[in-house]
Design a protein around this ligand. Structure first.
Ligand code: PAF
Length: 311
């Protein structure tokens, strides 16, 4: 199976490293910036829960500054988009060039709206809903640290491929230790992940702490209340969510499993990058306003995270 990882930051590099260990998988790993350049020049080091080195003999590293290799065009079975939410249209365009006739795409980025962007560029018949709760961060360029074992959920979207079409990929993800699960309601799966991110990311980023610190009762209560505001908006949009007790349990479980992880928003702030607040808490505020629902906690977190970030 030929897989392309497009937008290989922390999460993409983790998926690249683990998928490279599966027999029969050929990988194209596309990155940018100093991390991408380091991988292309020297390879990729995985550290944390598992530790090994990935060289040019194991995968093909390509660089945004150079472009995708012409010999890969039209050859890829599955493209995994793992970049920041703002990169999705560009990465979906690359996927469009790389995929073979039956090829399919999944976008593991945080936030709301990226599946729709993929559908616009590739058509609904090629797009799965997908989420990941694996925790990964980059201690230095060319190195990714697997800080917490999570799950990879794949699901179907209206007019999109189903479990049968996902079967081979689910098997490969399982062999890689990426803990795949199938959801027949891809939209609910995307929202469940967004609710975790709106609860965890801005609070961990503002407090400057690893995810596990949010298990402290005062911070947990702030995170869960933020999550419930988002859940109210989702339910108004007729998304089939589990009840509040189960949402609380999922939040606790992800914080525990990724307790030593530095969440992506804190990584962005520390690196001086734009955060994903606009597709997370800001998206909740906008959708809440549309539905006439007040979301003051999310609104306050948006203002505070934006105040931290200087363009
Ligand atoms: O954005 C992140 O960091 C991740 O989605 C998660 C699961 C919250 C782990 O830190």
């Amino acid at each position: 199976m030929r897989i392309a990882i497009l937008g290989s930051g922390s999460l993409g590099s983790l998926y690249a490293a683990l998928l490279s260990q599966v027999d029969g998988v050929e990988l194209l790993v596309h990155g940018r910036g100093s991390h991408g350049a380091h991988m292309a020049a020297n390879g990729l080091q995985l550290a944390g829960l598992e530790s090994f080195f990935l060289s040019h003999n194991d995968v093909f590293f390509s660089l945004e500054a150079v472009g995708i290799p012409p010999h890969s065009l039209g050859t890829i079975d599955f493209a995994l988009l793992t970049g920041k939410a703002g990169q999705t249209p560009h990465l979906a365009g690359l996927a469009h060039q790389l995929l073979n006739d039956q090829g399919m795409v999944l976008c593991l980025s945080n936030g709301l709206g990226h599946a729709e962007q993929c559908i616009e560029i590739l058509g609904p018949q090629r797009v799965f809903a997908a989420t990941s709760t694996h925790g990964a961060w980059r201690p230095s360029a060319g190195c990714v640290h697997w800080a917490g074992k999570g799950q990879t959920v794949l699901g179907s979207l209206p007019g999109g491929p189903g479990e049968l079409e996902a079967k081979l990929l689910l098997d490969v993800l399982s062999a890689a230790g990426l803990e795949p699960a199938w959801s027949s309601d891809g939209l609910a799966a995307l929202w469940k992940k967004v609710l975790l991110n709106i609860a965890i990311n801005p609070i961990a980023a503002l407090a400057g702490v690893e995810n596990g610190v949010l298990l402290r009762p005062d911070l947990f209560s702030a995170a869960f209340s933020t999550m419930l505001e988002g859940a109210t908006v989702a339910r108004m949009e007729r998304v089939a969510l589990p009840d509040d007790a189960e949402l609380e349990q999922q939040l606790r479980q992800v914080l525990t499993a990724t307790s030593t992880n530095i969440c992506s928003m804190l990584q962005d702030i520390r690196a001086g990058r734009k955060t994903e607040i606009s597709v997370l808490n800001q998206a909740i505020v906008v959708r809440g306003e549309r539905a006439g629902i007040a979301t003051p906690l999310n609104q306050m977190l948006v203002a505070m995270v934006n105040a931290l970030h200087v363009e």
